[in-house]
Design a protein around this ligand. Structure first.
Ligand SMILES: [Zn+2]
Length: 290
């Protein structure tokens, strides 16, 4: 999320508190609505996607299954909503995967959409208690759902993952996963395990995936990764010792690459790309890839 996003979008002071939501009858403002993992947008002639308003939804006879107040953008209330995938959607709208909206949604809208889908999915999946199976209800004053029987309260889940750019002289470590689109390389990443510090997770993932030791682990930045509920925490590190040995099954290929022999790297959607662009910038270069 950029600084401009943080300034422009004000999350609800006490998320989930109905009393603080705009309450003049029906909800108004913009509605970040999802059917499954796809977001309802209207397509504009200039190729930009727009987030529909509640007025538009009502005009199209679309009634969400449930909806949540997110906060305000400027003075405009913003909501998330869950739609039935079987609904009828008008011709000039499209249900689109959030990842592929990166290039067509304005940046601030994309950031709010990432928040919206996580709230929608969390509330959909926590209608019943994970401990005893009884129905849950919203907790006033916070984004939580409490069990009516046993009082267990569930909050939106975030899954932290680390991602690390490793430098060795004028080269960086790039790796290709079996899961990536063909030819595209990325950098080492993985989920943080219970009881582990972020730095421990960085060292462990690097050992597991390429069997080298690193030093000078330094925080770089972070990025919400709503696919479906991640937060990526980015680091830089230096190669300390060892040569690359691939772990069975994890990676298809890995190696040390310089500015002059870079393969296809991640798009600008990801923090992996920000880390690589930052390295290139420190080398006085700009990478000419989308
Ligand atoms: Zn319960």
């Amino acid at each position: 999320m950029t600084d401009s996003t943080r300034i422009a979008f004000l999350p609800a002071v006490e998320p989930g508190d109905e009393a603080r939501e705009p309450s003049n009858g029906e909800p108004r403002g913009r509605c970040f609505a999802f059917a499954g993992s796809e977001m309802l947008v209207t397509a504009r002639l200039d190729g930009i996607s727009a987030v529909p308003t509640w007025e538009e939804l009502r005009g199209w006879n679309i009634a969400p299954i449930r909806y949540q107040y997110l906060g305000t953008l400027g003075c405009e209330p913003c909501w998330s909503a869950e739609l039935s995938p079987d609904g009828d959607f008008p011709e000039r709208t499209a249900l689109t995967n959030l990842r592929s909206l990166y290039d067509s949604l304005p940046e601030v809208d994309y950031a709010i959409a990432g928040r919206a889908i996580q709230v929608v999915v969390w509330e959909r999946d926590h209608q019943f208690c994970g401990r005893c199976g009884a129905p849950t209800e919203r907790v006033a004053g916070e984004r939580g759902r409490r069990c009516l029987e046993c009082d267990l309260t569930a909050y939106p889940r975030l899954t932290p993952a680390i991602i690390v750019l490793i430098e060795r002289g004028s080269r960086i470590l790039l790796a290709r996963s079996h899961a990536f689109v063909p030819r595209r390389f990325g950098i080492v990443a993985g989920f943080v395990e219970p009881g582990e510090s972020l730095e421990d997770a960085v060292r462990r993932e690097v050992r597991e995936e390429v069997a080298i030791e690193i030093a000078d682990i330094a925080y770089f930045g972070s990025q919400p990764w709503p696919f479906p509920h991640g937060i990526m925490i980015g680091f830089r590190a230096q190669h300390l010792r060892g040569e690359i040995v691939l772990a069975d099954g994890e990676l298809a290929e890995a190696g040390w690459y310089g500015l002059n022999d870079l393969p296809v790297i991640p798009t600008k959607l990801s923090i992996a790309r920000r880390l690589i662009d930052d390295w290139a910038g420190r080398c006085g270069a700009v990478i000419d890839q989308p």
